[in-house]
Design a protein around this ligand. Structure first.
Ligand code: FPP
Length: 274
């Protein structure tokens, strides 16, 4: 399903030319540095098109590849996608297997794209829940692209925010403990001095490779975060789109960015206050 000729087609041709003209106009305003996506509605798309659910996921993976390329052209440096949550292991075995197969295919395709466009690929989540084969392939891709910084793609797999925060707290405590500092704070007059700071926790997040997202897009008409980037999205523009993920296209991206630009002053001010 995910093939190199599809990517060449997205990068070139008259559509790519028109897109670049449109992006030139949008770039007059502020461009988000980081866009995160919850790719909801793949099975609903499959039902709508009367195809099987697994083909819906294929279409979803292709929509993600389109988004990555559009973001590169627009000048967005970071994209983070919620590919599979820890809770998704409770789904039908064939569905779990399908997403794992897509992950493996994506690793192969991303190996090719990353060399072509200097893309750094990062997998974020409890990766030990993946099969040994996928863990190895993901690790190899992360290592081989670690030196690139043109564009950073984070694929959240076996991920939930609760697990990410627990992991980061554990790591921070262990680090302080190993340094002989201890983990409990102490009273300091009227104040309380914490030994574990917010920066310590943030350093150990699975997604620490990227700054907090500027826009979080959720498709499928839902208004929930579903345990995705909960810590990181306190000051981010939320965009809930009625479209199902495989139908997400360049105009949906443009809409989300224009909406972000409309509210930019507020978010810029809030970020300065943090
Ligand atoms: C790189 C990589 C591994 C790509 C993964 C491809 C992909 C589109 C994953 C989405 C996973 C997922 C569980 C989405 C929820 O949609 P749903 O189908 O549950 O939505 P619905 O049931 O509400 O329609």
């Amino acid at each position: 399903m995910l093939r190199e000729d599809i990517i060449i087609d997205i990068f070139s041709g008259w559509r790519s030319f028109l897109r670049k003209c449109l992006f030139r106009v949008i770039r007059v305003g502020p461009i988000p540095s980081h866009i995160a996506v919850i790719m909801d509605g793949n099975r609903r798309y499959a039902k709508k098109k009367k195809i099987d659910d697994m083909t819906g996921y294929d279409a979803g993976a292709l929509a993600l590849l389109h988004l990555i390329i559009y973001c590169m052209e627009l000048g967005v440096k970071y994209v983070t996608a919620y590919a599979f949550s820890i809770d998704n292991f409770r789904r039908q075995p064939e569905e779990v297997q399908k997403i794992m197969d897509l992950t493996m295919e994506s690793v192969m395709l991303l190996t090719w794209i990353s060399k072509l466009r200097s893309v750094r690929v990062h997998f974020a989540g409890k990766l030990q829940l993946l099969s040994a084969e996928i863990q190895d392939a993901a690790k190899r891709l992360m290592e081989s692209t670690a030196g690139y910084n043109n564009f950073v793609l984070t694929i959240c797999i076996c991920y939930t925010s609760s697990d990410e925060i627990l992991h980061a707290v554990e790591k921070s405590c262990k680090e302080k403990w190993d340094d002989g500092i201890g983990i409990m704070g102490y009273d300091k007059g009227n104040d309380y001095e914490r030994l574990i700071k917010v920066v310590d926790i943030e350093k150990h997040m699975y997604t620490a490779i990227a700054p907090d997202p500027d826009i979080l897009i959720r498709t499928g008409g839902e208004y929930r975060l579903s345990n995705f980037l909960v810590w990181q999205s306190s000051c981010c523009h939320l965009s809930s789109l009625g479209t199902v993920w495989p139908e997400f296209g360049v105009f949906h991206l443009v809409w989300a960015v224009l909406d972000f630009q409309k509210n930019y002053r507020y978010f810029a001010k809030k970020k300065l206050q943090l």
